[in-house]
Design a protein around this ligand. Structure first.
Ligand SMILES: NC(=O)c1ccc[n+]([C@@H]2O[C@H](COP(=O)([O-])OP(=O)(O)OC[C@H]3O[C@@H](n4cnc5c(N)ncnc54)[C@H](O)[C@@H]3O)[C@@H](O)[C@H]2O)c1
Ligand SMILES: [Fe+2]
Length: 393
């Protein structure tokens, strides 16, 4: 498929999106309407300790649904977590799986909905890679509690398989029956998490819009609308976290960005961010934010027109002027200002990374071929090293 918008494209997304403050209280109704009585509820210990899931679970129980909670999901979940959650689902005879949390909980929920189906004869090892998970899954409901990964509408589940290695299972079967977007669940997110996850979602929209291989007009529409919503609301969501309106718009924008990149994938920003997460456990959104301006500058020679198109959507109050290259540069400067205003660290040096480690990062980023192939400009090892060097201080 080419990036010519006159050529054909395939766009896949989930069946139902429920976007409303308080919508998570209606999940019991949704489950019982379909005639189901038992669910596996997948979440993480941080959410459990905050009791963020309590009202959702009470809503399910009030509707007469039996709820089994698996709340041991670790960030960047290893295989052992998938096996434990699967056992839990089987013991409970779960008919429906609910993912409740960030990307980690939702990714685990995807895999369990597939692997716990009574007809499933495949194992986790069988389903890594593209379109290897085939057949049926249990009904799946995804409830993001951060406005970030967009995992509620993507076809990917990511598992940590080694010290610094991850594997993905990609299949349309992971698109849920329902994505439930309820800002009531995100008001307690600390500012630095809101900022980092929000920038991650903005990167999804930017990289989707410039994707070299599967760029398509539907993803383009969604990416522009996502940047409009998130550009207008990210500052409020970070600095005034209780603002439900801004939080709801961020959740909606992050989901639109998720739909965009699920069909027109992310590229070098993510490829260069991954080694930072792998070696230094820097959260995914912050890793992206640290390399973002430098990858965009590197891409200008191929992507100036596209960045210039995105600029007025993201920053409607800025008077962008000049050639595409000049507007693209202004767009990058505005993104840098935004990252600074959100209070995120700006340099690798601030993250206590040794300069001598940059060649290792550059070498590791080259392994992300699956992502680099989507970048508008080819990235060599020397290019990656130059980008990390620019991001250093
Ligand atoms: N499937 C995809 O499309 C996709 C895309 C990007 C990343 N990922 C994967 O997702 C994972 C990262 O996801 P993530 O960045 O969302 O983080 P996460 O799910 O790993 O962790 C989120 C953290 O934030 C806390 N948290 C979540 N909601 C909260 C709330 N409302 N209030 C307070 N605390 C809250 C949780 O307790 C947890 O500690 C990685 O495994 C990554 O590989 C998947
Ligand atoms: Fe991301």
């Amino acid at each position: 498929m080419s990036n010519n918008t006159n050529s054909g494209f395939l766009f896949a997304t989930c069946q139902n999106v429920l976007c409303e403050v308080g919508s998570s209280l209606r999940i019991g109704e949704i489950v019982t309407e379909q005639g189901y009585k038992s669910v596996l509820f997948v979440t993480d210990p941080g959410i459990a300790s905050l009791n963020l899931h309590q009202s959702t679970i009470e809503g399910l129980q009030k509707a007469g649904v039996e709820v089994t909670v698996y709340d041991e999901v670790q960030a960047d979940p290893p295989e052992s977590i998938i096996f434990a959650a699967l056992e839990c689902a089987k013991k409970a005879n779960a008919e429906v799986v609910i993912g409740f949390g960030g990307g980690s909980s939702m990714d685990v929920a995807k895999l369990i909905a597939f692997l716990a189906h009574p007809e499933c004869s495949q194992t986790l090892a069988d389903i890594y890679g593209v379109n290897n998970a085939k057949g049926q899954r249990l009904p799946l409901i995804q409830v993001p509690t951060t406005a970030g990964t967009g995992s509620e509408v993507t076809q990917v589940a990511i598992v940590t398989t080694g010290e610094t290695t991850k594997m993905g299972s990609v299949s349309p079967i992971y698109l849920p029956d329902y994505a439930i977007l309820d800002a009531g669940l995100t008001v307690g997110l600390p500012p630095h998490v809101t900022a980092a996850t929000g920038v991650d979602a903005m990167v999804h929209a930017i990289e989707s819009y410039t994707s070299a291989i599967k760029k398509n007009p539907m993803s383009d529409l969604l990416a522009k609308e996502a940047l409009k919503l998130m550009g207008a609301n990210i500052q409020t969501a970070v600095h005034n976290g209780k603002d439900l309106g801004a939080r709801q718009q961020m959740l909606f924008g992050a989901m639109l960005a998720g739909q965009a990149f699920a069909n027109s994938p992310v590229a070098a920003v993510h490829a260069l961010a991954y080694p930072l997460g792998g070696h230094f456990h820097i959260p995914h959104g912050l890793s992206n934010s640290l390399v973002l301006p430098h990858v965009l500058r590197f891409n200008i020679s191929e992507a100036a027109d596209m960045y210039a198109e995105l600029a007025p959507y993201t920053f409607p109050d800025v008077a962008f002027e000049g050639s595409s290259e000049e507007i693209a540069e202004q767009f990058i400067v505005e993104m840098e200002k935004l990252i600074k205003d959100l209070g995120l660290p700006m340099t690798l040096k601030e993250m206590d990374i040794e300069e001598s480690f940059l060649p290792t990062l550059a070498k590791d980023s080259m392994l992300q071929e699956r992502l680099l192939m989507n970048n508008p400009r080819p990235v060599s090892y020397d290019d990656a090293l130059a980008i990390y060097t620019a991001a250093y201080q």
